[in-house]
Design a protein around this ligand. Sequence first.
Ligand SMILES: [Zn+2]
Ligand SMILES: [Zn+2]
Length: 169
Amino acid sequence: MQRKDWDTYFMDIAFMASTRSQCGRRHVGAVLVQGKKLLGTAYNGAPMGVPDCSEAGCMLVEEYEVKKTDVGEELVKKQRCVRTIHAEQNLLLFTDREDREGSTVYVTDQPCWTCANMLANSGVTEIVFHRAYPKDSEKVEALMKARGISFRRIGAYEPPPGTITEVTQ
Ligand SMILES: [Zn+2]
Ligand SMILES: [Zn+2]
């Protein structure tokens, strides 16, 4: 068996972390890596000690999103669960600033705008993700460029067996 490269190794760990999530809509995992050393793992979840999505159900909000189509733009109504703290935010809450300086974050999903904004101010200098999140992609990419943060997707990648749960979008 071929030895795993570092990207695959750390992305696999991010997908393992995502299996801890109890949100029925989205399972996201993130890990902090500094100089090939794993310094933190996180997933999306409710704050400690309060009922999570599996116990209390998702806390859904409806939002309108602008969707680009062939003929222009269209408003589509979307539901989103706001019960959980996102994996990237939990990662920042549970790691030290000095461990983040010059570090890489591997995250199963492309960060949303809020997470990207926080990561941009966290000391992290590289973000690697697998699943795309087109909604915020454009402004997140512009932010990372402006901030000089390496932002890349590993597309040709197969998550470890059993780490993908079918979730409703
Ligand atoms: Zn949820
Ligand atoms: Zn987020």
